[in-house]
Design a protein around this ligand. Structure first.
Ligand code: NAP
Length: 240
């Protein structure tokens, strides 16, 4: 990843943080974007002078445009966009509020749309670029209590496959990662008993780590995956 510039959204915690650290270790210059300023800046400081910490909400187009402008001002190019930022606001269909539905769609779906559209002119000018977005096994198979989340993650797959066709001729690839149960703050909210049950359903008999997913992002961000386009890579220990 030497000489590559990568944006990682939602880099403050969990999978995004692990991905930013791994990409930086592999030689990339990483722009670490998060809704919270402190974790983004702390992570950038931890990585060192090649990194940049940015506070942005991916659901806000003006903030996303400012992020891309800041990255271009600092590095002059963008090679990879990792659309990792995502949230859950779970409720059964009967109880889900419109506000819960809208916020998850705004972050997980519109956030990916905003960030990808914002980097597109740079990718087109370069004649190369890689879009890697966070879907989920829930987007492939559904999950109890996650109408909004499942819809958003299935939509990420739809957009990824569309961009693969639309942008492939311009040298731009689009792929998605579909993690299973990964131990982060997002899944720590799930009762321990349910998490144990989830681990039992994984053929590898364990939950994933943020680093497991970061390795998939690294592959899809690197030149090693140049002929892979429109793919959804499950990182779920064989669960799905
Ligand atoms: P996490 O631990 O909750 O971390 C998510 C990060 O994204 C946080 O740093 C959060 O910032 C940031 N974020 C949230 N909303 C944002 C916004 N509007 N703009 C910018 N940043 C925002 O989540 P995770 O488990 O690492 O998940 C990362 C991605 O993988 C998500 O897209 C998730 O849906 C997906 N995924 C996770 C799992 C899993 O089992 N963990 C499984 C499948 C897919 P704050 O600190 O401000 O909240």
């Amino acid at each position: 990843m030497e000489g590559k510039v990568v944006i990682v959204t939602g880099a403050g915690r969990g999978i995004g943080r692990a991905t930013a650290l791994l990409l930086a270790k592999a030689g990339a210059s990483v722009a670490c974007a998060d809704r919270d300023e402190a974790p983004a800046r702390e992570l950038a400081a931890e990585i060192g002078p090649t990194a940049l910490g940015l506070a942005i909400d991916v659901a806000d187009r003006a903030q996303v445009d400012a992020m891309v402008a800041a990255v271009l001002a600092r590095y002059g190019r963008i090679d990879v966009l990792i659309n990792n930022a995502g949230i859950t606001q779970d409720a059964t269909l009967a109880k889900m509020t419109e506000a819960q539905f809208d916020r998850v769609i705004d972050v997980n779906l519109k956030g990916v749309f905003h960030c990808t559209q914002a980097v597109l002119p740079t990718f087109l000018a370069q004649g190369k670029g890689k879009i890697v977005s966070a879907s989920s096994v829930v987007g492939l198979h559904g999950n109890f209590g996650q109408t909004n989340y499942a819809a958003s993650k299935a939509a990420v797959i739809g957009m990824t496959k569309t961009w693969a066709k639309e942008l492939g001729p311009k040298g731009i690839t689009a792929n998605a990662v579909a993690p299973g149960f990964i131990l982060t703050d997002m899944t720590r909210a799930i009762p321990a008993k349910l998490l144990e049950g989830a681990a039992e359903r994984v053929p590898l008999k364990r939950l994933g780590t943020p680093e497991d997913v970061a390795q998939a992002y690294l592959f899809l961000a690197s030149d090693a995956s140049d002929f892979i386009n429109g793919h959804v890579l499950c990182v779920d220990g064989g669960m799905a």
